[in-house]
Write a protein that binds this ligand. Structure first.
Ligand SMILES: *[C@@H]1O[C@H](CO)[C@@H](O)[C@H](O)[C@H]1NC(C)=O
Ligand SMILES: *[C@@H]1O[C@H](CO)[C@@H](O)[C@H](O)[C@H]1NC(C)=O
Ligand SMILES: *[C@@H]1O[C@H](CO)[C@@H](O)[C@H](O)[C@H]1NC(C)=O
Ligand SMILES: *[C@@H]1O[C@H](CO)[C@@H](O)[C@H](O)[C@H]1NC(C)=O
Ligand SMILES: *[C@@H]1O[C@H](CO)[C@@H](O)[C@H](O)[C@H]1NC(C)=O
Ligand SMILES: *[C@@H]1O[C@H](CO)[C@@H](O)[C@H](O)[C@H]1NC(C)=O
Ligand SMILES: *[C@@H]1O[C@H](CO)[C@@H](O)[C@H](O)[C@H]1NC(C)=O
Ligand SMILES: *[C@@H]1O[C@H](CO)[C@@H](O)[C@H](O)[C@H]1NC(C)=O
Ligand SMILES: *[C@@H]1O[C@H](CO)[C@@H](O)[C@H](O)[C@H]1NC(C)=O
Length: 774
């Protein structure tokens, strides 16, 4: 037996030993460019490095907290740069460079500048982040892009040519025409579109289009747009991060697993499959994905070999490329492209996975970003009036924090909790500094030597200076600043503790003002929140809101003086309060001007809306409902979550008993207060001089003790027939027509009738209807 086995081994070794060779060294020829007449496979090396998501932006950068996710952006850039320096044919595209750049030596910076000049390293997109497209305002998108582009222009003298929004979860019209076409980009690329849309585009070769996203602007607003056939990864089998399972090319004949022939065949097959769904003979392979190239040579080594052997084979041509090179090649092919209008919302990647949940995820954070974005606009204007300090307090930190917050895992609300806290901290640091700019600029503009204070916590009716008692001739000066380009007439409100107040304008003329009692709920939350956040006790010294009409010129300010009234005749009107529990009035009419709301006091609900001027009368119904989250698992049974909205049933929120109405009336505005249940409080406002009603609701904490997540919605029903049609804005601009259960580009299979009909709304949604006056 033993002899027998020895014999076998000897024979096997004899058969498989390759012929001896002197050297296994191969000089790979990676110099290929575009070859006309062949299928050209553009290998585009990239690393998608989120500026915060599962880890904070700094944790990702430094490779901290790798137990959450092994990712270190510093490793990516260090290793990519040295790999590019090793071979001048290699290329790489990158979006966020600033953190790494400022830590490099002058010697390395000079080398990197040469890489950028030669086109080996190309900046794409070029903003401070790859912004979300559903939830930000277009001004914030312009600002964050400007900041990033200015950095690239200052340091490298370059302007990015290509939009690269590969990861955001759906694509807005404003992105297409404003942040890409009008910005001067030649092309725009992304991955995520609806799975049904993609299937149709693959079968009709319409993944590459001319996107005309604006209905009103001309040809400068349209852009060549490429949608990837799968995602922003390489085709299957061509991932080469150190732990990836793709087969490397083994071309040393001394090694047992020599596989050049087979890998070249795999490459050609994948290329032909993609060429089959593409109109030109150029195809792009996105060589990389999230946080890849931490050891860049691992990728470049394989791409070097593929380019070398595939081009020796000759069936297709493989080359190192970038989206700009690809764009030039595709334009040179001079094809006709299909036209795409509208936008790419909503996005579903599978039947039950509509990514419409993030439109409302982390509403508190979304609100914070939104209010600071308005504040930043005003602060920047005031900074300009006064003159900017480059070292002293300025608005730069707020600008940076806001820019970062537009990232597709920031304002979208899809980041982990500690990451959300990190973004909020940056915003708050920026805000604190900008407050100083605003204070000194306003003091200069108003030639005031008074101590000024701002009240960022007005949202919880907390403002110590306005809550002081104005005795001994002390008074409060309120400065209202208007950052918009048109005059504003608005009612301002500040919390006060005294009843005996009068408001005068800067000429000393008395202004009509009204005191409204602060509702119990907001008093309770103020006390609780001030204690929780500021650690001080604010036991509700504010008892009223003092409301007065302010008129502020465009890009200007008005001042108002609040002081103790000398006589009862001159003081603010104290609102009259009526609660439906007290009397037996059947119909309660609210509103002092053209618009009236009529409530049924007995039932505690709105029954009528009437506008005296345009004679519109309707019977709107305002109710609250909740969707119960589908309690599935992450992938297989698709749960409802921060990204994906998947409701499992709609339930009305019915008050336990009849809800009393509290009606507050005064010369400027009327309010109707309703405590619908322990966690839902609603205020409806009608201003004398305005023709719309304002509904404010305070919701939370949402009860989840039954084990189900809930999405609370307010529902406005009317008898108007809108024919399933409505219009929603795009990042605060334009309106896009939407039809329920319908898509203009393909025949929609409806699997999620609720989640599939949600669209992002920044500020307005409307319906059109015909009505006749009888
Ligand atoms: C390298 O490849 C290119 C085309 O892919 C070819 O033009 C060139 O001659 C090759 N160089 C060498 C040294 O083989
Ligand atoms: C990240 O790491 C730091 C330092 O090790 C640790 O204090 C912190 O708790 C970690 N954060 C998270 C979210 O794990
Ligand atoms: C190309 O498309 C045709 C028709 O759809 C199909 O029959 C063929 O298999 C495809 N070829 C490759 C390489 O995918
Ligand atoms: C009020 O605004 C501050 C930021 O200025 C925010 O931190 C806080 O959560 C807000 N409070 C409420 C109750 O919305
Ligand atoms: C102002 O006066 C009221 C009533 O006189 C008093 O309750 C309140 O504590 C005073 N507030 C302050 C801030 O002094
Ligand atoms: C509000 O608070 C006042 C005084 O604490 C109390 O009398 C009143 O019943 C409260 N109203 C409601 C609706 O809870
Ligand atoms: C969906 O709702 C039904 C009825 O309320 C419930 O029985 C079921 O468990 C829910 N399923 C999931 C996955 O949440
Ligand atoms: C939801 O699913 C989780 C995990 O499967 C389970 O622990 C929980 O009990 C479920 N909740 C309900 C209400 O079924
Ligand atoms: C309703 O809309 C459809 C198409 O969306 C249209 O064909 C039809 O004429 C409309 N009906 C009315 C009454 O406007």
């Amino acid at each position: 037996m033993e002899l027998h086995s020895l014999f076998l081994i000897a024979i096997l070794a004899g058969i498989f030993l390759p012929a001896p060779v002197n050297s296994a060294y191969v000089a790979y020829n990676t110099s290929a460019g575009v070859v006309p007449g062949k299928i050209n496979v553009h290998l585009v090396p990239h690393s998608h490095d989120d500026v915060g998501w599962l880890k904070t932006v700094d944790q990702y950068y430094a490779g901290a907290n790798n137990s959450i996710r092994g990712a270190c952006v510093q490793n990516v850039l260090d290793s990519v740069i040295s790999a590019l320096l090793d071979d001048t044919n290699r290329r790489f595209i990158y979006a966020f460079f600033e953190r790494w750049w400022r830590q490099q030596s002058d010697a390395l910076k000079a080398k990197v500048k040469r890489l950028v000049d030669s086109g080996q390293l190309e900046f794409i997109n070029g903003g401070m982040c790859m912004h979300d497209e559903a939830t930000p305002h277009y001004v914030d998108l312009i600002d964050q892009t400007t900041l990033g582009h200015r950095f690239i222009l200052d340091e490298f003298g370059k302007k990015p040519r290509v939009g690269w929004q590969i990861d955001p979860f759906g694509h807005s019209a404003v992105q297409g025409y404003l942040l890409a076409a009008e910005l001067g980009f030649d092309s725009l690329f992304f991955a995520r579109i609806d799975y049904q849309d993609r299937a149709k585009r693959i079968s009709t070769k319409t993944l590459e289009v001319i996107w005309k996203a604006s209905r009103s602007l001309g040809s400068t607003s349209q852009i060549f747009t490429g949608i990837f056939p799968v995602h922003y990864e390489p085709p299957d089998g061509f991932n080469f991060e150190i732990n990836d399972v793709s087969d490397p090319i083994q071309d040393d004949p001394l090694l047992f697993d020599y596989n050049v022939r087979q890998r070249v065949n795999d490459f050609v097959a994948a290329a032909l499959a993609q060429a089959n769904v593409t109109r030109t003979n150029h195809i792009m392979w996105t060589m990389g994905t999230d946080f890849r190239y931490q050891y860049a040579v691992s990728w470049f080594r394989q791409m070097d070999k593929f380019i070398h052997y595939v081009n020796l084979d000759g069936r297709v041509n493989a080359l190192y490329s970038t989206p700009s090179i690809y764009t030039d090649a595709v334009f040179a092919a001079n094809k006709k492209w299909p036209l795409k209008t509208g936008d790419f919302f909503p996005y579903a990647d599978r039947e039950n996975a509509y990514w419409t949940g993030y439109f409302t995820s982390r509403p508190g954070f979304k609100g914070y970003v939104r209010s600071l974005s308005g504040y930043y606009l005003a602060a920047r204007q005031l900074e300009f009036f006064k003159g900017r300090y480059s070292t002293g307090p300025n608005t730069d930190a707020l600008a940076d924090a806001l820019a970062l917050s537009q990232h597709h895992d920031a304002v979208s609300g899809t980041q982990r909790q500690h990451v959300a806290a990190d973004y909020a901290l940056r915003l708050s640091i920026g805000h604190k500094e900008a407050e100083k700019v605003v204070a000194s600029s306003l003091a200069a503009l108003t030639s005031s030597r008074l101590k000024s204070m701002q009240c960022p916590l007005l949202n919880i009716s907390y403002c110590p200076p306005s809550e002081a008692n104005f005795t001994n001739g002390k008074s409060l000066v309120v400065v209202a600043y208007n950052s918009l380009g048109w005059k504003r007439e608005d009612v301002i409100r500040i919390p006060v503790s005294s009843e005996n107040l009068v408001v005068r304008d800067s000429a000393g003329k008395k202004i009509e003002s009204q005191l409204l009692p602060i509702s119990n709920i907001s008093l309770l939350t103020t006390e609780y929140l001030v204690k929780a956040y500021l650690g001080i006790s604010a036991s509700g010294s504010a008892r009223y809101w003092l409301a007065f009409s302010a008129s502020v010129p465009p890009l200007g300010f008005s001042t108002y003086v609040v002081s103790s009234a000398k006589s009862t005749e001159s003081r603010s009107f104290v609102s009259t309060v009526y609660t439906s529990e007290e009397g037996s009035v059947e119909n309660l009419e609210v509103g002092q001007g053209n618009l009236k709301l009529v409530y049924s006091a007995n039932e505690g609900r709105l029954t009528h809306y009437a506008n005296k001027r345009n004679l519109v009368t309707t019977l709107p119904e305002l109710s609250y409902n909740y969707y119960r989250g589908y309690n599935g698992t992450d992938r297989v049974f698709q749960a409802s979550g921060a990204y994906v909205f998947r409701p499992n049933g709609t339930f009305p929120i019915e008050p336990k008993a009849q809800v009393p109405l509290a009606v507050i009336r005064g010369p400027l505005l009327d309010e109707v207060h309703q405590q619908l249940n322990t966690w839902l409080y609603q205020v409806t406002r009608v201003y004398k001089d305005k023709e719309h009603a304002e509904v404010e609701f305070t919701i939370g904490p949402i009860p989840v003790d039954d084990g189900y997540g809930k999405e609370i919605v307010t529902k406005i029903s009317t008898a108007l027939s809108s024919n399933k049609t409505f219009y929603t804005d795009s990042n605060g601009r334009d309106f896009i027509k939407r039809i329920r259960d319908y898509r203009a580009d393909w025949d929609l299979d409806v699997h999620q009738p609720v989640a599939g009909n949600y669209y992002p709304v920044w500020h307005l949604k409307f319906v059109k209807w015909r009505f006749s006056v009888t």
